[in-house]
Design a protein around this ligand. Structure first.
Ligand code: B12
Ligand code: SF4
Length: 438
């Protein structure tokens, strides 16, 4: 069979499809699913953000991965292939959360983790016995997962960092997160219990990829300090540079941060979310302690690890003053990069249920209407929610030339990388009028 695996792009608030000249990183999901396809089939991968889909290319089966951000586009693609008589299947976090909705657009939905159901589905397609849905239990052990097919990426369409011939490559070493922040889909989907891939397999995968720049997609790279320490020791000889995602409790882990830096970490993505304890309480993220953010940032800088802060605006008490206080803090503390998001109630999360119950959703199916004029996804009884305007305000200040210069920290081990990434973010921000990136 000829199989095409697609990661759809998404609609920006301005109604355009997101299509950067170059993307930061190839999507892991289709590469990983391609790795699970038996060699008797031929398989290709399309990252629609940087590649154009040709619906006329002959194909027997199309597999689409979905999030709530790209689902509108995902359904359009599915509808178009089915109109042409091609079988289409879908999986991923959105289709798993709302399988009935997805079934309207595809021949089969794969719920949850697909290590066992995807090969089963492929056999069924060959036999002509495709079912409407597949839902095999998640594997307890992550031993023996196939390596993602990094050979299938259009490498020249991604930003290259100066120290690597290949783009930043996504690698997953764990699944699950022990926390349960109420806006996040992770714990519900992957579970609270962390499952680990064997370290030798992670090392072998990185070696086989030939990548020197890695993004560890684990939700929480520090979730199990002992294991992270071991992983870092095993990574050190590979001489890679990597980014990872950690939570703010890293402030208590100086030794681990040191080991992570030695292993090659140059940037940590951190779910800071807010400086306001009221927001953190609403998000069920009280383990974030705003009083200790500065220490954490200082500690990471001491070890030459850059900070990429993720911030969210749009709760009822957020206003333009909140943005100013937050951006002042980020500039004063020389935070290297920030992603500002509008409050987004993803279906299946506690946040979504709460806002729905309080009639605070602008649209109960906002994901189907992204890019059709919706600016903020939530509303409040006595005032409009201005999250989109707050995001714009934050982007404009944080990515102003003055701010970039003030934040530029010579102690950073990769010196030029934060500067390049800032200029890239500034370019993106200017071309999108500072709006949220989805
Ligand atoms: C790494 C990551 C990123 C990276 C992307 C890296 C990359 N290029 O690969 C970056 C940092 C760029 C990113 C950005 C964003 N992300 Co993100 N990201 C993740 C993260 C941590 C891991 C994704 C991953 O690689 N998983 C590994 C793969 C193998 O797992 P998987 O996709 O779930 O696939 C498995 C199954 O779902 C299934 N499957 C999936 N698709 C299909 C398709 C078929 C046909 C089949 C058979 C099976 C199948 O099979 C796979 C194997 O079991 C997830 C959280 C998580 N743990 O999943 C969030 C997550 C996907 N991101 C999320 C969000 C919201 C975003 C952003 C909008 C920013 C934000 N607000 O946080 C942006 C949007 C980017 C975009 N263009 O869409 C949300 C999505 C929520 C939702 N309901 O849609 C998640 C779930 C995190 C969360 N907070 O809840 N992200
Ligand atoms: S936001 Fe981060 S820390 Fe919170 S549940 Fe999601 S992955 Fe875990």
């Amino acid at each position: 069979m000829k199989i095409t695996l697609i990661c759809p792009t998404f609609y920006t608030p301005n109604g355009d499809l997101f299509r950067p000249a170059k993307a930061m990183m190839p999507p892991l999901t289709p590469l990983f699913l391609a790795g699970l396809v038996p060699p008797r089939h031929s398989v290709s991968v399309v990252d629609e953000a940087i590649q154009t889909l040709n619906f006329d290319d002959p194909v027997d089966l199309v597999g689409i991965t979905s999030t709530s951000i790209n689902i509108r586009r995902a359904y359009e693609i599915a509808d178009e292939y089915r109109r042409r008589g091609v079988k289409v299947v879908m999986g991923g976090i959105h289709a798993s959360t709302l399988p009935e909705e997805a079934m309207e657009h595809v021949d089969a939905v794969v719920l949850g983790e697909a290590e066992d159901s995807w090969p089963e589905l492929l056999d069924d397609v060959e036999r002509g016995t495709l079912r409407k849905s597949y839902n095999r239990p998640a594997r307890e052990s992550l031993e023996g997962l196939p390596f993602p097919r990094y050979d299938l990426i259009a490498a020249d369409r991604y930003v290259k960092l100066p120290f690597s011939d290949l783009p930043l490559l996504p690698v997953q070493t764990t699944r699950g997160c022990p926390h349960n922040c109420d806006f996040c889909s992770v714990t519900r989907f992957w579970g609270k219990k962390i499952r680990f891939r064997p370290i030798p397999e992670v090392v072998a995968e990185i070696k086989a990829s030939k990548g020197r720049a890695i993004f560890f997609t684990d939700d929480n790279f520090f979730a199990n300090p002992k294991r992270t320490q071991e992983l870092c020791e095993a990574l050190e000889p590979l001489k890679i540079r990597f980014m990872c995602q950690i939570d703010t409790t890293a402030r208590q882990r100086d030794e681990l941060v040191r080991a992570t830096a030695r292993a090659g970490c140059f940037m940590a993505f951190i779910g800071v979310e807010s400086l306001d304890p009221r927001s953190l309480a609403e998000f069920n993220k009280q383990f974030n302690k705003p009083d200790e953010y500065a220490n954490l940032i200082g500690m990471l800088r001491k070890h030459s690890i850059g900070v990429y802060a993720s911030i969210m605006f749009g709760l009822e008490h957020d206003d333009s003053h909140t943005v100013d206080t937050t951006v002042d803090f980020l500039i004063q503390n020389k935070v290297d990069l920030s992603a500002f998001f509008r409050l987004t109630p993803f279906p299946g999360t506690a946040l979504f249920e709460r806002m729905k119950e309080r009639s605070q959703l602008v649209d109960n199916q906002w994901w189907l209407h992204l890019g059709t004029g919706i600016r903020s996804l939530v509303k409040y009884a006595d005032k409009p929610c201005i999250s989109d305007a707050l995001v714009k305000q934050a982007n404009k200040r944080f990515y102003s030339i003055g701010s970039i210069v003030r934040r530029y920290s010579r102690r950073h081990r990769m010196k030029l990388i934060p500067l390049l990434l800032n200029l890239n973010s500034r370019k993106k921000m200017l071309s999108s009028d500072g709006s949220c990136s989805f």
